[in-house]
Design a protein. Structure first.
Length: 415
């Protein structure tokens, strides 16, 4: 096997055969990393001019005079023996580049878990991949739970769509989720794609959520760069209340209730003791009172916001076999409209229509008890029948032992 640098077109064409490819392994992400100061190379392990292993290798300065290397979500390979040989060649290559260590976080799930995060008895297990990396000299980072903002997420929630229709997916949702989606549609929540010059809408809603949940949000430039580098594979969508349609819907409902009241009153004149007419009159009167209140609220919304009220927005990446729900924000002051449910259901349907087999709700904390960090996020995603996916984690391969020990001590790395 020989190591050869290839271009992005050859790289993307070869990795297309792998179902488990992730957007972080894409050349789109690679070009974006270059902008952030990484030296990105697409290195293939070749046998008789045929690629057997391939990876996007990103190199960055370390301790002024040296470098470190990172393979986002691991290499693609045809078999384990080829992978071993590839890493042997890569190790020699990176040493010449003065790399102190190599880190990778393969896009491989560790063991099968259900929607509650529990390990499935008798389910699949990829401990053999962990063993393989350790056999090749890598150190496995300790497996942890909770959010780690210094690394890519290890815990995710994924809704599997393969072989299912929209109707089947919707029917399988818990009743609470189905009802929230129906309520959002009843409230005239609409969803549309955001153009690049509208991404401030997403930025503002994510920032609003960040303030509420105490996390730092990303800059507007970050979202714009996603559009720039990922092209049509990065798409932001926006859920909003169509205030004009909402007002009209309320008026139509009021007209119906007034008609019911009028009919019930006429029947009571003919038969004053009719329980059915009395009940219909009572129920319709209560509904009408509620609608008057909603009409007043809608008038205030119309006065303050005009034609539409922004409620939720999210960024999605369409790549490989999955749609990744990358990040989102919502206006909690109007949570009664259930806009995030309308947004998710719209995008799940879009994923099915376009032939994607996974809808990846992406990062969760890996903690599954109500009083633990990130439980609310996990529970929301679980509400769409998403199962928990635990990736095998991060591996590090020291290339210059003495320098790596200095770096490890300086940065308090416990590995």
């Amino acid at each position: 096997m020989k190591l050869k640098q290839i271009n992005t077109d050859i790289y993307e064409a070869w990795i297309e055969q792998f179902e488990n490819r992730n957007f972080l392994q894409s050349s789109y992400e690679g070009e974006k990393m270059k902008k952030d100061g990484w030296d990105v190379r697409y290195l293939a392990g070749m046998e008789e001019n045929t690629i057997q292993v391939c990876a996007m290798v990103a190199i960055k300065p370390l301790m002024k005079l040296f470098h470190y290397a990172y393979i986002p979500r691991g290499p693609f390979y045809t078999n384990k023996e080829n992978l071993k040989e590839y890493y042997g060649l890569l190790q020699s290559y990176l040493k010449k580049e003065k790399c102190v260590y190599l880190e990778t976080d393969p896009y491989v799930p560790l063991r099968q878990r259900d929607e509650n995060g529990q390990i499935v008895e008798g389910g699949w297990n990829h401990q053999d991949v962990v063993d393989l990396y350790q056999e090749m000299g890598f150190t496995h980072f300790p497996l942890t739970q909770g959010y780690d903002m210094t690394r890519q997420c290890r815990w995710m929630s994924v809704l599997h769509l393969e072989g299912q229709t929209k109707e089947q997916v919707f029917k399988a949702f818990p009743s609470k989720t189905r009802q929230n989606i129906k309520n959002a549609l009843k409230y005239n929540i609409k969803v549309r794609k955001l153009e690049k010059d509208e991404l401030s809408i997403l930025h503002d809603l994510v920032s609003m959520t960040g303030e509420r949940r105490h996390f730092s949000s990303l800059s507007l430039e970050y979202y714009q760069e996603q559009y720039e580098y990922f092209k049509d594979k990065a798409q932001a969508y926006y859920a909003y209340l169509d205030i004009d349609a909402y007002v009209e819907n309320i008026q139509q409902s009021m007209d119906k209730e007034k008609q019911v009241i009028e009919q019930a009153q006429q029947r009571l004149q003919e038969n004053p003791h009719s329980k059915n007419s009395q009940n219909r009159l009572h129920t319709a009167t209560l509904h009408l009172e509620s609608l008057y209140k909603r009409q007043e609220e809608a008038a205030l919304l119309q006065k303050e916001h005009g034609h539409e009220l922004g409620l939720a927005a999210a960024m999605y990446i369409f790549y490989g076999k999955e749609v990744v729900y990358l990040m989102s924000g919502s206006n909690d002051a109007y949570k009664k409209f259930k806009a995030p449910y309308a947004l998710q259901w719209t995008m799940i349907q879009k994923a099915i229509e376009q032939g994607y087999t996974d809808y990846n709700f992406y990062g969760i904390s890996g903690l599954f008890e109500p009083d633990q960090e990130g439980y609310g996020v996990f529970d929301f995603k679980r509400g769409f029948n998403a199962v928990v996916v635990e990736l095998i984690g991060n591996f590090i391969l020291p290339l210059h032992t003495m320098l790596f020990n200095v770096y490890k001590k300086k940065n308090h790395l416990d590995i």
